[in-house]
Each structure stands twice: as structure tokens, then as C-alpha cells.
Design a protein around this ligand. Structure first.
Ligand SMILES: Nc1nc2c(ncn2[C@@H]2O[C@H](COP(=O)(O)OP(=O)(O)OP(=O)(O)O)[C@@H](O)[C@H]2O)c(=O)[nH]1
Length: 449
């Protein structure tokens, strides 16, 4: 980078001051530290190093034991400049300040389970830990009377109180917080929000008498590029600085993402539940072997069919069909053959029906056919046709098979069960009469004129 161009009085100042006595905070990592070799290190040290190289200043580090020590040394005139500090009315009594070397937002730190803070002014009765005597503690007390402040002796103690659940939150420099959370392993802490305008503007402080020194430093500071700032900060803060983007918008975006994820999961879950329920209902109402509806599937609608036929004097008939000597099929050719016969018999019956009629597997080797708008005579004819089909069909079984059927038609006062009962009696009669025939019980009373 090019050297900064100085004017005559600035060059004269440098000649009169071959070294610049600088006081720093010896223990404020990652901003700055006096390391074990007695060297100034950290973000501030690197930024000031570039400034010195570009302006020709020779820095002479003044060793102190603490930040308070450094402030006292500065007040006593033992160092002409302080490295990295916010300007406050108190400090302005003896210092003048350069432009900021670094802006660093102060962020709200809470435990992981705390919701994101979008508006700190709306929080009631929350406890916030802040180091005593800091500019930020003064500002929070003034701007947010809704919070109760717990004063601590250090920033570390403030963070520890949050980690130990003794307070709800603290406010801290993003860079220092990111570093400390990682260094201390306080991963139960998170950055929950940011107070707009609560930024650290870290500047160099120069004794009031040293106007020219401030001019020189400002020229050096102005020469620092955004990329140089970023590189230096990134090197010292191992946590990704995307956290720098923690503003209300990111919070909203994150919440949006989380909500979307929850919504998507519930929708998925609900559709899965619906599909499972559909499967369950299908399974409950379908005969696994033949794929026909079973007795359960029929019950509700069958009662209604019977009631409707009675109410409107319409004929409704049922046919109960039973394969003859089916036990012998099982016994002679095995259950698997018996199963195949049942499946084919179901298909055979179904193929003969009008769409308004329905067939279900009533149980065992019995099929029940419900024939809407069907007189006993018509039902009888259908039953005869079904038996003819069975008789003429080649089942996957070495034996020629036949079936018997019982027919019944709705009467006044009938229930669905009563109707099937009569069909069963008719079937019994057919079996008794020699099988392979249709049985009919009682007279063929019908509602049709
Ligand atoms: N393979 C097979 N057999 C079944 C099934 N359900 C019932 N059965 C058998 O069907 C047979 C019915 O026999 P029975 O009620 O004695 O009547 P049948 O041998 O058909 O004689 P009739 O009805 O008097 O002509 C029994 O042996 C049952 O085990 C099934 O799902 N698969």
C-alpha cells in the first residue's frame, strides 16, 4: 500500500517525536493483549501496525498491568496515545479521538432456549448483566428502564451469569462475545438480537495537546481498506462473522425458515396420517383374500338400503351364495387351491352384476349379493345365472364345482340382519334340496305393483 502523504507540520511532528509512547489494554483478547514476549498483539495491534507503517510513526509500547493502569498513565502524560477505546464524555476531558478503527455491534447474548429478541424495549422485568461503569451500562439504564440491570465486575462475569441462569441476558461486543463463547465452551449461549445504534466505535485516544498526532493517525486510519479490516478480524475470531448479520431481518428470516420447516413437517405428517388412515380403513373393510368388500364395509350402507326400500316401497333382494362341498376342496387339494377357488368365485360373481349391485365376502365360502331395485323373481333369475356361471367355470381345481344360493327380498319390518337370515334359510333349503340350486323361503312378496 502507498505511504500516506504528510504535510510539512505533520512531518515536523514526526521528526520531533521519533517514537510514539502508546498505552494499551494488556488483557482484552481478541482486541488486544500484551503477549508473553511483551509484544502488543490482537486486532488493535495489527490495525495500528499498518497505520504506523504507512505514516512512518514509530510505536513505543508502554507496559502496564491493566486497562486502569493505562488510563492513569495516559492522564499522567506518560503515553501520548491510547490504542482502542470508545469516546465518552469522561475521557474527552483529557483526550481527543481519532476516527473509528473498527465498528463492532453490541449484541444481546442469551441462553440457547431464549427466543430471539426483536425489540428489547418490549421485554418486561428481564434481568440483564452488564459490567459496572461501562458506557453501555449507562446507556441501557437510560434507554431501557423496562430491564433490571445486574452490575458485574467484568464482562466475563456477566456472560457467566447468563450461562448459569442467574440473569436472562447480557450485552456484549460481537467480536469479544463470539471469541469468549468459543474459548469458554459456553455453547449454551447464543446471540439473540442486536440493539440498533449500540455499536462500539473503537478509536485511538490522543492527549488533547497532540492535535497533529491525531491528524497523522486519522490519515493512516483512512488508508485502511474494508478488506484489511475483515482479514484482520477474521484471523482473530474463529467463529464465522456471518453473525455480524444478526439484525432483526435475519431473525425474521430465521423464524420464517423455522416456521416453514415446522409447517412442512406438519403438512407431511398430516398427509401421511391421512394416507395411513385410508389404508387402515381399506384394510378394515376389504377382504384380504378376494379383494372384495367384507361384512364391515357393508354394514352401514346395507341398513340404509333396507330402510330406504321399505320407506319408498322399492324391491330390494339379496342372494347368499355358497360353494358346494368346499370343505372337500380344501381337504382334497389343499387350502391354497381352496383360496384360489374363492378368489375366482368372487370375480365370477362380480362380473355378472350391474354397477348398482354389490357383492361382499360374507364369511368363509359365502358371498352376499345385494341387488337394488330387484324383485324376488329377478333376484331368482340372477341367482340361477350365477350358479350357471359357477357350474360352467373351470376353477384352478381338478374338480368341477357347483354352488347353492338363497334368495330373500325385503318385507315390511325387516332389518338387514333379518333379511340375510331369511336368505340363509333359503340357502339351507337349497343345500337340503340337493345343492346346485336356488332356494327361496316363504312367498315372493314384493313392493312392486
Ligand atoms: N381355503 C379356504 N378355505 C376356507 C376359507 N374360509 C372358510 N374355508 C373353509 O370352507 C369350508 C366350509 O365348509 P362347510 O361349511 O362344511 O361347507 P361345505 O364343505 O362347503 O359344504 P356345503 O356348504 O354343505 O356344500 C371349511 O372347511 C372352511 O375351513 C378360506 O378363506 N380359504
Amino acid at each position: 500500500a502507498p505511504l500516506v502523504e504528510l504535510n510539512a507540520s505533520q512531518r515536523a511532528y514526526l521528526q520531533a517525536h521519533p517514537t510514539l509512547p502508546l498505552c494499551v489494554d494488556p488483557d482484552w483478547w481478541p482486541f488486544e493483549i500484551i503477549d508473553k514476549h511483551g509484544r502488543h498483539a490482537g486486532i488493535a495491534a495489527e490495525l495500528i501496525g499498518i497505520i504506523a507503517a504507512r505514516t512512518g510513526l514509530q510505536i513505543a509500547l508502554q507496559h502496564t498491568d491493566s486497562w486502569e493502569d493505562s488510563l492513569r498513565a495516559s492522564q499522567a502524560g506518560r503515553c501520548l496515545a491510547l490504542s482502542f477505546l470508545n469516546s465518552t464524555p469522561d475521557r474527552e476531558q483529557w483526550l481527543i479521538f481519532t476516527a473509528p478503527l473498527l465498528s463492532d455491534p453490541n449484541v444481546i447474548i442469551t441462553r440457547e432456549e431464549h427466543p430471539f429478541v426483536s425489540d428489547i424495549a418490549s421485554l418486561r422485568g428481564k434481568r440483564i448483566a452488564l459490567p459496572r461503569g461501562t458506557a453501555m451500562a449507562e446507556r441501557v439504564a437510560r434507554d431501557f428502564p423496562n430491564l433490571s440491570i445486574v452490575f458485574t465486575d467484568s464482562e466475563r462475569e456477566a456472560l457467566a451469569l447468563v450461562a448459569e441462569r442467574k440473569v436472562d441476558m447480557t450485552l456484549r461486543s460481537l467480536i469479544v462475545a463470539a471469541h469468549t463463547i468459543k474459548a469458554e465452551g459456553w455453547f449454551s449461549l447464543k446471540i439473540s438480537g442486536q440493539i440498533p445504534g449500540y455499536d462500539n466505535q473503537l478509536r485511538m485516544g490522543v492527549l488533547k495537546s497532540e492535535q497533529t498526532l491525531r491528524e497523522i493517525l486519522d490519515l493512516g486510519i483512512a488508508s485502511l481498506s474494508e478488506a484489511e479490516h475483515r482479514q484482520i478480524v477474521d484471523r482473530h475470531v474463529p467463529i464465522q462473522m456471518v453473525t455480524r448479520e444478526v439484525t432483526d431481518y435475519t431473525v425474521v428470516a430465521w423464524l420464517g425458515l423455522v416456521l416453514a420447516a415446522v409447517l412442512a413437517t406438519s403438512l407431511l405428517w398430516m398427509s401421511r396420517l391421512r394416507s395411513l388412515n385410508r389404508q387402515l380403513r381399506n384394510q378394515a373393510e376389504t377382504d384380504a383374500l378376494t379383494g372384495l368388500p367384507n361384512r364391515n364395509a357393508l354394514n352401514a350402507s346395507f341398513e340404509l338400503d333396507v330402510a330406504r326400500a321399505q320407506r319408498f316401497c322399492r324391491p330390494l333382494s339379496v342372494i347368499l351364495l355358497d360353494i358346494d362341498h368346499f370343505k372337500a376342496v380344501n381337504d382334497d387339494f389343499g387350502h391354497l387351491t381352496g383360496d384360489k377357488v374363492l378368489v375366482e368365485c368372487g370375480q365370477l360373481i362380480k362380473a355378472q352384476l350391474r354397477t348398482v349391485d354389490s357383492v361382499c365376502r360374507w364369511g368363509g365360502e359365502e358371498f352376499l349379493v345385494i341387488c337394488q331395485e330387484t324383485t324376488p323373481e329377478q333376484a331368482w333369475q340372477l341367482a340361477e345365472r350365477l350358479l350357471l356361471q359357477v357350474r360352467g367355470h373351470t376353477f384352478p381345481c381338478p374338480r368341477q364345482l357347483t354352488a347353492s344360493a338363497g334368495v330373500a327380498t325385503v318385507r315390511a319390518g325387516d332389518s338387514a340382519a333379518g333379511l340375510v337370515q331369511r336368505a340363509d334359510e333359503a340357502l339351507y333349503a337349497a343345500k337340503h334340496g340337493g345343492r346346485d340350486q336356488v332356494g327361496l323361503i316363504g312367498h315372493c312378496e314384493s313392493y312392486v305393483n
